[in-house]
Design a protein around this ligand. Structure first.
Ligand code: FE2
Length: 322
């Protein structure tokens, strides 16, 4: 467990970015995709003044080392502590390219990371944020891998998006115990591919949920009773592993994690409090890969001595980018 100590009278602000998916060529000056990323992050930093930046995966594509090195340079130049978990595109070349990327990232002074048991993936670790000496928030980052074989065709040739494994859930349980021992009662889980409960939460919260199969219905008819504090857009079928991996029941039972942030679905950024746990799609950062101009920016967690007290999306209008 990494301890990040902050001495401050104000609330701590964590800025989550997700799915920027820049290739090496897109970092070049004058490339609109790279310019949009830098403009978006620069605007967010000016507005939010974050104490920590998290990236919930899919920074680039496995093997595109130039792009990953550019991320390392870019974040290092910002001078703000930053961290990430890896997404399916980061992981799509297997473990070796990710470890090479990590070797590069870990040379940088602002990168906050702890290597974990490789049997669980490449990005499972915990950052304990201490505010004025008090354990305030546990940030748990976990690796949701790439794809796995599946009986039906979910995202390729008889494959589904992978999720958290039973071994990772056992690891999560132990980390929550460790956080409680350290006096930390609140935690946030940051992953790339959403857990299965996102599908249940959307079904419960949206008056007209997007069907599990077929074309999404872009109409929004409101929130069901009890879910009026939800917010964000639902413009894409949820790409979770299609069966319940048991993550939510564990999260719910252990009672520590109040917020889960995932990425992966670029056109979803809804946040729904489901059975006491807020399940959130982070707002996509930039225009790499695919997306929607109205959903660009990041997600902000405000943290005080007792943990997360507020979650919001910050949108960046790219009309300001020349
Ligand atoms: Fe993804």
């Amino acid at each position: 467990m990494i301890r990040l100590s902050m001495e401050t009278d104000r609330d701590i602000r964590i800025l989550n970015l997700t799915d920027p998916q820049l290739t090496a060529g897109e970092w070049e000056k004058g490339n609109r995709t790279g310019d949009a990323f830098r403009y978006t992050v620069g605007t967010l930093i000016e507005r939010v003044r974050p104490d920590l930046i998290t990236v919930s995966g899919d920074l680039s594509y496995a093997g595109d080392y130039v792009s990953y090195r550019n991320y390392a340079d870019y974040f290092d130049d910002l001078g703000i502590p930053w961290t990430c978990c890896f997404g399916n595109h980061d992981n799509q070349g297997g473990d070796e390219p990710v470890r090479r990327v990590l070797d590069e990232f870990m040379k940088r002074k602002t990168f906050v990371f702890e290597k974990c048991d490789p049997a669980l993936g490449n990005s499972n670790f915990v950052i304990l944020i201490e505010k004025n000496g008090k354990a305030a928030e546990g940030i748990i980052l976990m690796d949701t891998h790439d794809r796995i074989p599946y009986k039906a065709d979910m995202c390729g040739k008889n494959e589904a998006w992978a999720g958290l494994t039973p071994e990772q859930l056992a690891w999560y349980r132990d980390r929550i115990a460790e956080l409680k021992e350290a006096g930390c009662r609140d935690s946030t889980l940051i992953i790339h591919t959403p857990i299965y409960a996102y599908i249940e939460a959307a079904g419960a919260a949206f008056v007209n949920p997007v069907p599990e199969k077929g074309e999404p219905d872009y109409g929004f008819a409101g929130w069901n009773p009890g879910y009026e504090d939800s917010f964000g857009f639902y413009h894409e079928i949820i790409s979770a592993y299609p069966e319940d991996e048991g993550a939510f029941e564990l999260i719910h039972r252990l009672g520590s994690t109040g917020n889960v942030i995932s990425g992966h679905d670029h056109m979803n950024n809804w946040a729904v409090r489901y059975r006491g746990v807020r399940l959130i799609f982070g707002t996509k950062t930039g225009i790499g890969s695919y997306g929607e101009s109205a959903i660009n920016g990041g997600t902000v967690l405000t943290v005080d001595e007792n943990g997360v007290k507020d979650v919001r999306h910050e949108y960046v209008d790219l009309d300001g980018l020349r």
